[in-house]
Design a protein. Structure first.
Length: 305
């Protein structure tokens, strides 16, 4: 395995009794990218992430995180990892600044406290007690705690759960800023728009296996949900149109769903041009990451630890 990637997984396996939660999973996350790890509950996300963080042992396969096997990592390796859990760990009676000063003492080369406060957007709350922070502000503090050790790799577990839309957008700005700092981010989230907005690449896991991987905007390229919409030409029946895929009508427009939109458009436009017909309100809509996810993932997956 190469030592250049931030995370390398080859043939990872983990079982709980007779249940195989992770089934030969292989994955590579490059340094400096934001990588989103998606999947339904019970798909094997948590097990995989806990193995990467060094909190759970695997049954098989090779794993390297920052060039080290997490099962045999030392304190110096752990100082290079930042983790944002679903629930915060800060002491309610301390202020934001006091909390970060306390945590900074645990690391050999911490990031300056004031710089970290600014990075998390907490300047106006620096002297407020943790107990007085809103949910969104506490989540920013969680991110600040993950960054205070100046880690090379940050694990974000559902970082914006429970946020209102304004707080979510603010958190996205903070997360995107980590890329600018050269950090690698491994993001798990149930918000597909969040992954679409933030991630350089995504992987979708189902029943312990990666079923698709790539840049968010590219995953839908071959999806059957790519839509071509246009107003039906006057006097032309749907059966006369030069397409092989099924057609229907939505809000007064013909809808074609195709895995080959370029070919379908060429056929339609060539046909219309030959007849001097204008295809009014012609629109091509590529599927979003959410569309692809819902198409690929069965929501009735069995639960896993």
């Amino acid at each position: 395995m190469s030592s250049e990637a931030a995370i390398e997984i080859d043939g990872l396996r983990k079982s709980y009794g007779h249940f195989e939660a992770v089934r030969g999973l292989s994955l590579r996350v490059e340094e400096g990218e934001i990588f989103a790890f998606l999947g339904p509950n019970g798909a094997g996300k948590t097990t995989t992430v806990e193995i990467l963080e060094g909190f759970r042992k695997r049954d098989g396969g090779d794993v390297r995180v920052l060039g080290i096997d997490p099962e045999h990592a030392d304190r110096a390796w752990r100082a290079r990892i930042g983790i944002v859990l679903q629930e915060g760990r800060a002491q309610a009676e301390l202020s934001v600044r006091e909390t970060l000063v306390l945590w900074a003492a645990y690391y050999p080369h911490p990031r300056p406290v004031e710089e970290t406060i600014a990075l998390a957007g907490l300047e106006e709350k620096a002297d407020d007690r943790v107990a007085r922070l809103s949910g969104g502000q506490r989540r920013r503090l969680d991110v600040a705690l993950a960054l205070i050790g100046d880690p090379d790799l940050v694990f974000l577990d559902e970082p914006t759960t429970g946020f209102d839309p304004v707080a979510r957008r603010a958190a996205w700005k903070v997360i995107a800023g980590l890329r600018d700092l050269g950090k690698t981010v491994f993001l798990t989230t149930h918000y597909l728009d969040e992954a679409q907005e933030l991630a350089d690449r995504v992987a979708i896991i189902k029943a312990g296996e990666i079923i698709v991987e790539g840049p968010p905007d590219a995953l839908g390229a071959g999806s059957s949900q790519t839509e071509v919409l246009f107003v039906a030409p006057a006097g032309v029946a749907l059966g006369e149109l030069p397409v092989s895929e099924p057609l229907d009508v939505v809000d007064g427009r013909v809808r074609l769903r195709t895995p080959s939109p370029t070919r379908a458009l060429a056929a339609l436009c060539g046909w219309a041009d030959e007849r001097g017909i204008e295809l009014e309100r012609l629109e091509v809509t590529r599927p979003s990451l959410e569309d692809v996810y819902l198409e690929l993932v069965d929501a009735t997956e069995p639960s896993a630890p």
